[in-house]
Design a protein around this ligand. Structure first.
Ligand code: IPM
Ligand code: MG
Length: 365
């Protein structure tokens, strides 16, 4: 197989973790006899600095042609001026929208070795295995108007939350289909006691649920969901929710695994690549982490597990995906930890060392 993979390091620790992901892709190519054509392009703050545009036309064009995309992170204090005309995040949102990646899959499954790295009581964690299905191209992230305006002599800011039935229906179908391949339960999260968009969301997801009688279905208000995620995390299978609630819930859910540095994600839509698989974008959920950027100590696991998702979903390489995932598991079992995972007294590996251990784990299999 000789697919084209676009690498978008972006900002902060993005380039450090994407370098780790690239190393793993090279090792996979080597071990399993594939040729991966990898091309690096600009996005986010790096693209603003170079071209004044967080999503240069040629980056989007390259992604449209690619078989899959691996992204690091965007954003940082350098571009945080609230009055700036362009922001790094627009690059990421532009990619999601431009590639119509309406579904963001964020699996949360703590490794047995890391239970003590989580702030939660370890007895709550062993059975946790959930998948957040976040709607990614609608809701308050994209609604119009979004503006500042003058009202009664002062500045008012407005964002708009909007959902159409068809947007809700397509993400709901995906959630039920995924639940059918897992433990058969869907929890839909909304704020239907207050928001009109949430009432439409709940009504539509409930209708879709009727087409999947074999799947257990429940709805939860988002405030209760944040609580249940830490009081009874093991009871969830697939959680389906809106763009903003999904953003918030997945940062919370990530600490069940010990660190948000562990969490991968896949963004998928209807578009298919040359291999007939979804042309997906894969990224760790952790963001650019300006506090540790440049120190080369970032945890590469979120990116490396994103590489596994890329191999599985966009390239159809299940065996290769499993090899990456089991190498991560074995490396953790062997006691290797990055700084975010090390408990007091444990020594920490840097990004390159951790990646080397994982690559070695793959070659040993
Ligand atoms: C995420 C991030 C992004 C989001 C930011 C960087 C725009 O937090 O992928 O979770 O809010 O979607
Ligand atoms: Mg986020």
């Amino acid at each position: 197989m000789n697919p084209t993979i676009i690498l978008l390091p972006g900002d902060g620790i993005g380039s450090e973790v994407v370098a780790a992901g690239q190393e793993v892709l090279e090792a996979v190519a080597d071990i399993f006899d594939h040729t991966f054509k990898m091309e690096t392009h600009l996005v986010g703050g790096a693209a603003i600095d170079a071209e004044g545009d967080p999503l240069p036309e040629e980056t989007l064009a390259a992604c449209r042609q690619a078989d899959a995309i691996l992204l690091g992170a965007v954003g940082g204090p350098k571009w945080d001026d609230p009055t700036a005309p362009v922001r790094p995040e627009q690059g990421l949102l532009g990619l999601r929208k431009g590639l119509e990646l309406f579904a963001n899959l964020r699996p949360v499954k703590p490794h047995a070795e890391l239970l003590s790295a989580s702030p939660l009581r370890p007895d709550l964690l062993p059975e946790v295995d959930l998948l957040v299905v976040r709607e990614l191209t609608g809701g308050i992230y994209f609604g119009r108007p979004r503006e500042r305006r003058q009202v009664n002599g002062e500045t008012q800011a407005v964002d708009t939350m909007a959902y159409t039935e068809s947007e809700v229906r397509r993400i709901a179908h995906l959630a039920f289909q995924l639940a059918g391949e897992r433990r058969g339960k869907v929890t839909s999260v909304d704020k239907a006691n207050v928001l009109e968009t949430s009432r439409l969301w709940r009504q539509t997801v409930t209708q879709v649920a009727e087409e999947y009688p074999q799947i257990e279905f429940e709805t939860l208000l988002v405030d209760a969901a944040t609580m249940h995620l830490i009081t009874r995390p093991a009871t969830f299978d697939v959680m389906v929710t809106t763009n903003m609630f999904g953003d918030i819930l997945t940062d919370e859910a990530s600490v069940l695994t010990g660190s948000m540095g562990n969490l991968p994600s896949a963004s998928l839509g209807e578009s298919r690549n040359r291999h007939g698989n979804p042309r997906g974008m894969y990224e760790p959920i952790h963001g650019s982490a300006p506090d540790i950027a440049g120190k080369r100590i970032a945890n590469p696991i979120g990116t490396i597990l994103s590489v596994a998702m890329l191999l599985r979903h966009s390239l159809g390489l299940e065996q290769e995906a499993r090899a990456v995932e089991s190498a991560v598991g074995e490396t953790l079992k062997a006691g290797c930890r990055t700084g975010d995972l090390a408990t007091p007294g444990e020594s920490a590996l840097n990004t390159a060392e951790m990646t080397k251990e994982i690559v070695r784990g793959m070659s040993d299999e």
